[in-house]
Structure formats: structure tokens, C-alpha cells
Design a protein around this ligand. Sequence first.
Ligand SMILES: Cc1cc2nc3c(=O)[nH]c(=O)nc-3n(C[C@H](O)[C@H](O)[C@H](O)COP(=O)(O)OP(=O)(O)OC[C@H]3O[C@@H](n4cnc5c(N)ncnc54)[C@H](O)[C@@H]3O)c2cc1C
Length: 392
Amino acid sequence: MKPDLFEAPDYYNLDELLSEEHKLVRDAAREWVKRDVSPIIEEAAQKAEFPKSIIGGLAEIGAFGPYIPEEYGGAGLDQISYGLIMQEIERGDSGVRSTASVQSSLVMYPIWKYGNEEQRQKYLPKLASGEWIGSFGLTEPDHGSNPGGMTTNFKDMGDHYLLNGAKMWISNAPFCQIAVVWAKDENGRIHGLIVERGMEGFSTPETHNKWSLRASATGELIFDNVKVPKENLLPNKSGLGAPLGCLDSARFGIAWGAIGAAMDCYDTALRYSKERIQFGKPIGQFQLQQKKLAEMITEITKAQLLAWRLGVMRENGTATSAQISMAKRNNVDMAINIAREARQMLGGMGITGEYSIMRHSMNLESVITYEGTHDIHLLITGLDVTGLNAFK
Ligand SMILES: Cc1cc2nc3c(=O)[nH]c(=O)nc-3n(C[C@H](O)[C@H](O)[C@H](O)COP(=O)(O)OP(=O)(O)OC[C@H]3O[C@@H](n4cnc5c(N)ncnc54)[C@H](O)[C@@H]3O)c2cc1C
């Protein structure tokens, strides 16, 4: 892979909207990605392996629980810092950002928000340091966009719960130490349970042959009469709103992360357009190539503004789930379109691992699907503005 010469575009001087702390956090993550992710990520993706060697670095830049209070080992940062960290990590690779997102928003967040003090003390510091990696089990083979239909269930056996069912498409599953699993009780009410590796009847087979997010491990969570101690139930929130609250946090991170992938594709294509000579000129001098670059920087700038404003609203607690959906949908769509255009600008070189664009392009196919598909987020906006439910 070529050396990482990334220079971040900031066409509207958005740095002026950031505090000194935001910039410090962002720059530390940016440097780390350049030093520790870029040199190894192409090989990891080609081999379809999550690079475990970077777990310590992710913890050091605050990517595991950026906004979780410091007393639990988190970085105690605000929402814009969280977004900026996700942006920088996804600039390197969406799969690495997925691992950090799941750990922070889908595992640490529910334990922090819905767990009790013993659960927070037991799990959060180990997750923040990267000693333990977690996964989040919501999706099932027959219930993806409609998680409320889940069939994974548990029964109260007096001194423990008995968990049965299966989850599919679970990031981090093959090597997670714990899983936050969403399952129905005997009354059909959804609860979160912390399942630990080693519990009898719990297995996590890996999903192979992915063409997307190859540097992120995906798998199943299978529960065959797993005895879950009663103290592992998250006591402070139940119902579908509990996992959806986690998804709000993760989708917010994706809205920022997608900007990172788009910036990397744009920056690569811009540099290439000045170096690649055809018909005696740099290709960047042809109007058709300039159109692509001009549209890319326009879309990136709009996405940056959307994410920044959402960050302000998320920080002051006013962002709605529908507003988060809009940003996730818009920014991932923006990134996938930029990746496609940028790949074309590199001609044949664009399909090779010498450059990051094809990897981003393939990764974004998962990002546009998980945490609510592109169409599902459109329906959420449609419902929000009309008050009419087009889901069913
Ligand atoms: C790499 C990867 C990692 C993932 N990681 C996790 C994870 O860590 N944890 C987890 O729980 N899940 C995870 N997922 C699952 C992901 O969230 C689901 O794939 C996603 O929610 C879509 O579900 P599905 O694949 O079952 O598609 P389906 O729900 O079957 O949808 C198929 C198509 O139908 C459309 N559709 C569905 N319902 C409607 C409707 N009412 N109206 C119009 N169109 C509709 C969808 O938009 C989509 O285009 C991951 C997925 C991938 C690919």
C-alpha cells in the first residue's frame, strides 16, 4: 500500500467551530491512524482478519467509551470528540471503526445507562482498556430490520435465567469476551443480558467469505440452554427502546465515521488527479474530473456541517432519533457515492490494494446496511415528517 499522505479537507473552516480539546483529541486519533493503522490495514483486510495488535492503541486514543465517565475508565469526552474519533478511525477503515463503535455505543453504553453499579464496576474498566472486547446481539436470522419480532428468549429458573436462540451478523462475535444480548422474557418483554464467554451452551461461530468489512470479525451468537446468572440482567431499562437507545449512539458515530471514509477517498483522488498524466495533462485539468472533485468536496462539507450540528444537539440532549437517522443515512450515502466516483478517477489503479478507495467502497456496503438500512432510515424520516407509518 502507498504511504499515507492524508490531508484532511476543511473547506468551510470548520476547525473554527471546534474547541482546543476537540482538535487535540482529533489530531491524536489522526496521528495514530497514520502510524498504526494505515501500514497494516490493507493486509488485514486482504486476509480477512481483525488486527488485534491495534486494540491497545484504540484504547489509548479514547476510542473505547469516549463519553463514558472517567470513573469507569472511559475518556469522559463530549459528543463531538466522540464523533471526531470515529471520523478519524473510519478514515483508516470502517471495520476498525465498527469494532470501536460496538464496544463504546452498543456494549459500554447499555451497561453504563441500563446497568447497575456492580455491573458498571465489573465490566466498564476492562472494556475501556481493551482487556475485554464486547459484542451486541440484536439481529437474528429471521429478524433484521424488524428486531421487535425476535425469538431469542429466556426463562426464569429461580436462581438463574435459561437463554435460548441465535443472533446473526454480530460484529466482534468471534473473539468477544462478553455479549450484550437482547432477548424476550416469558411475557414477551425485551431485556438486555450480559453473556460471558465460557458459559456452557454459548458459542460464536465466525461468518466467512465477506467482501465487505473484511478487517472486522463478524459472527453468530448461539445460545443453547445457556444458564445466565440473574445478576447479568440489565435492570434499568427494558422494551425495544433499550436497544434502540444504543443504536442512536452508534448511528451518531457512523454519521461522523462515514465522513472519514469520504475524506480519505476524496484526498486520494485529488492527489492522484494532479499526478496522473493523460493526453499530456494532469487528469485534474479535465472538466469531467474537476466536476467529480468539486461535487465531492461540496458533499463532504455539507455532511460535516450536519454532523457538527447533530453533535451540538446530542451534547445538549435535544437530538431526536429521527435526526440521527437522517445524518446516518445522508452521510453514509454521501461516502459510498464519493468512494465510487473516486475509484473511477484512479482508473485501473483504483481497484487495487495500493490505494484505500476500493476497500472503503466495499466497507461502506455494510455501513449502509447495518444499524438500520438506507431505506429504513428513509422511512423513519418519512414517519417523522408525516406522522404516518409506512413500515407495515
Ligand atoms: C458486517 C455487518 C455487521 C453487523 N453487525 C451487527 C451487530 O454487531 N449487531 C447486530 O445486532 N446486528 C449487526 N448487523 C446486522 C444489521 O444491522 C442488519 O443486517 C440490518 O439491520 C438489516 O437486516 P437484514 O440484513 O436482516 O435485512 P432485512 O431486514 O431482511 O432487509 C432486506 C431489505 O428489505 C428492506 N426492508 C425491510 N423492511 C422494510 C420495510 N418495512 N419497508 C421497506 N423496505 C424494507 C431493507 O431496507 C433491505 O433493503 C451487521 C450487519 C453486517 C452486514
